[in-house]
Design a protein around this ligand. Structure first.
Ligand code: NAP
Length: 224
């Protein structure tokens, strides 16, 4: 069991990942800018998910990062700079999962907006240079994560340069029934995953679905 801090864990994606991580046997600390909001979300998750192996806890992002063995960054791209500066020291040497898609919706549809790096993943890497970063879950929408009666299907696309951090996420996904983890190589490949997520949102907009991905014809060694 690892204790995982979900930075921005009060949001849609954060609450969904909190439920799925807890059901996979991890202990979750919901993080927020507000200790009260974090506590309220943890209370609601405890009521909603009595099957969790450990009770959900709530704390400020800073306190959650300090107490946890690992963290998951679930905040909007525009908030990365400020939020990650607060937790950089606490996350030194720890595994950090980031799920950020720098996506904006305009009248023309969904698109990526520029961040201060070629991808949100690489921006997080620049802001947390002392952590073991892995990018994952970007293509898995909150709606699927929150509906725990329905197992997650398809692929969790995982990229990163730290072998232990990547193994941590591959093992975590392996404990999520029906979901498969696909090793997408080094962290910069998250650029392609962020673009792919934009396409999924466009498909949802055009056709009204809640799409996700499954890669076909992958050799066995590329997934678990
Ligand atoms: N929604 C999805 O389906 C989905 C799917 C894949 C990936 N993602 C990614 O996951 C991340 C979170 O998505 P979301 O839909 O959950 O977003 P969200 O609900 O808009 O935000 C998540 C949390 O971030 C915190 N936050 C908001 N603005 C902030 C700021 N300026 N500074 C610091 N913290 C701030 C808030 O927590 P407090 O107010 O409690 O601090 C909020 O509850 C995004 O990067 C998104 O691209 C989302």
């Amino acid at each position: 069991m690892a204790k995982i801090a979900l930075l921005g864990g009060t949001g849609h994606e954060g609450r969904g990942l909190a439920l799925r991580f807890a059901l996979a046997g991890e202990q979750v600390i919901v993080g927020s800018r507000s200790a009260e909001r974090a506590a309220g979300t943890a209370r609601a998750l405890n009521q909603r998910c009595p099957a969790a192996a450990y009770p959900f806890l709530g704390a400020t992002n800073a306190a959650a990062a300090e107490q946890a063995d690992a963290a998951c960054v679930c905040i909007p791209a525009a908030a990365l700079q400020e939020t990650l500066a607060e937790v950089r020291a606490s996350l030194l040497g720890k595994t950090v999962i980031e799920v950020v898609n720098p996506i904006v919706r305009t009248a023309a549809g969904f698109g990526l907006f520029p961040v201060a790096a070629p991808s949100a993943a690489e921006l997080v890497a620049a802001l947390l240079p002392d952590s073991e970063l892995v990018s994952a879950f970007k293509t898995i929408g909150a709606r699927h994560l929150l509906d725990t009666a329905d197992p997650l299907r398809g692929d969790a696309l995982v990229s990163g340069d730290s072998a232990p951090a990547k193994r941590f996420v591959l093992d975590l996904v392996a404990r999520m029934p029906h979901l498969r983890a696909v090793d997408c190589g080094p962290l910069p490949n998250a650029r392609h995953i962020e673009a792919m997520t934009t396409l999924l949102l466009e498909l949802n907009r055009l056709h009204g679905g809640t799409t996700s991905v499954r890669i076909l014809d992958l050799p066995e060694h590329a997934h678990r």
